[in-house]
Design a protein. Structure first.
Length: 92
């Protein structure tokens, strides 16, 4: 089983991109944590959509709430579900 130059090059590029994405993900999480800490100290107002989402959650429309988050904030399905869940548990 021989590997030619292009296959090895593609493999190295893929591994490099994977590590770069992992490193960037860590940076984004760090920035998000910092931003959360700053917003807690400066009394940044809550996003206006949160009131609408709480109303949908109180009515039992979790799926509609996730859909509304995706439409408004442009998040992925997983991110929108996490956002809604965090809002749901924060209200309890």
């Amino acid at each position: 089983m021989e590997f030619n130059f292009f296959e090895v090059l593609i493999l190295f590029i893929a591994v490099y991109l994977l590590f770069t994405v992992i490193k960037l993900d860590g940076r984004v999480k760090g920035l998000k944590y910092t931003l959360d800490q700053i917003s807690k100290q400066t009394d940044v107002p809550e996003m206006p959509i949160n009131n609408e989402l709480r109303q949908l959650l109180n009515e039992g429309n979790d799926v509609k709430a996730v859909k509304r988050v995706r439409e408004t904030l442009g998040l992925s399905l997983v991110e929108a579900k996490q956002y809604v869940d965090a809002l749901k548990f924060k209200g309890k």
